[in-house]
Design a protein around this ligand. Structure first.
Ligand code: FES
Length: 92
């Protein structure tokens, strides 16, 4: 189990296929999330080159788990789960 302060590692595939098929929008969403979620979920956002899994893209890795076919709606669900697993105390 990770410590509360461990940042969530999110790696966005920036290869041309994934980027054109959705990761451009996903990256914008992730940037907003990283800026707004900083107080309760620490996020380390980075990009990667093509992972040679273009057919099942757009691909995003979150804490070592590679997610395929990630739409912005799917990504929002994944990020909500991060917020839930990371909340320890209520903040006002
Ligand atoms: S561009 Fe993302 S896996 Fe190839």
């Amino acid at each position: 189990m990770a410590a509360e302060s461990d940042p969530v590692e999110i790696v966005v595939c920036l290869g041309s296929s994934c980027f054109a098929r959705g990761n451009m929008a996903n990256l914008a969403l992730l940037k907003k999330y990283a800026e707004s979620a900083g107080s309760h979920v620490s996020v380390r956002l980075s990009g990667s080159l093509c992972q040679e899994q273009c057919k099942v893209g757009p691909n995003i890795m979150i804490d070592g788990t590679l997610h395929h076919g990630v739409t912005p709606a799917h990504l929002r669900e994944l990020l909500q789960q991060l917020g839930k697993s990371g909340e320890a105390h209520g903040t006002a």
